[in-house]
Ligand binder design. Structure first.
Ligand code: SF4
Length: 209
């Protein structure tokens, strides 16, 4: 196992986060399956990673009560229902080698559920998301995650045209006031008091952005 992944796994465990290692992305759905019970109520944040590793397919297989925002009219109610789900699946925008999970959201349904609510939160993380520290994590958000997601979602944000955030030099881009802004809420999960509530499945493969 690569030294950087090894160190990140140790640091996450020290922060009360349970970690599973997948040698490749193909192993991930089976690990997720082992963490869920048939009939569990599950949901997820919007994520390219979940689709790329086959977890979206697993969520839709019929074994679970999947709260799927693509299939309901009242999305706001579904977002509230997610707080009492058995499990919430997501990727991270970045994971530091010191064992912190960094996530940035537009309307906070995902970061809300990461911070509190669902009994379990299961992260799928490709090695491309591992960064040295919190500063590098926010730089990753501003140069990779946010611009690429803004383009994917067809959002009219400064970064979707520039290819990067307007605030590369630091700060939280106070000048980005577009209603499409996808960096509205910033969450740093530095420690999990409820031991092993958060689980991270980490792979050397590259997943999502
Ligand atoms: S703050 Fe605005 S410009 Fe910067 S990355 Fe987020 S959406 Fe893009």
């Amino acid at each position: 196992m690569h030294e950087k992944i090894k160190n990140t796994i140790s640091a996450l465990k020290a922060n009360n986060i349970e970690v599973f290692y997948a040698e490749n992305k193909q192993q991930i759905p089976e690990i997720v399956k082992g963490l869920l019970n048939q009939g569990d109520t599950i949901s997820c944040g919007g994520s390219v990673t979940l689709a790329e590793c086959g977890v979206s397919e697993l969520m839709n297989c019929g074994d679970y009560n999947f709260l799927n925002r693509a299939e309901v009219e009242d999305v706001a109610k579904l977002y509230r229902d997610c707080f009492s789900a058995d499990a919430y699946l997501t990727s991270a925008n970045a994971v530091t080698e010191g064992g912190a999970l960094i996530n940035v959201d537009g309307n906070a349904n995902r970061v809300g559920c990461i911070a509190f609510g669902p009994k379990k939160v299961i992260f799928i993380v490709g090695a491309n998301k591992i960064v040295k520290d919190v500063n590098e994590a926010f730089l990753r958000v501003k140069t990779i995650a946010a611009p690429k997601n803004a383009v994917r979602l067809g959002l009219n944000t400064p970064c979707s045209k520039l290819g990067h955030c307007i605030a590369l030099e630091g700060g939280i881009a106070e000048g980005c006031n577009t209603s499409n802004r996808i960096c509205s809420q910033y969450l740093i999960t530095a420690f999990q008091r409820d031991k092993n509530r958060i689980k991270v499945i980490i792979t050397p493969d590259s997943l999502g952005y």
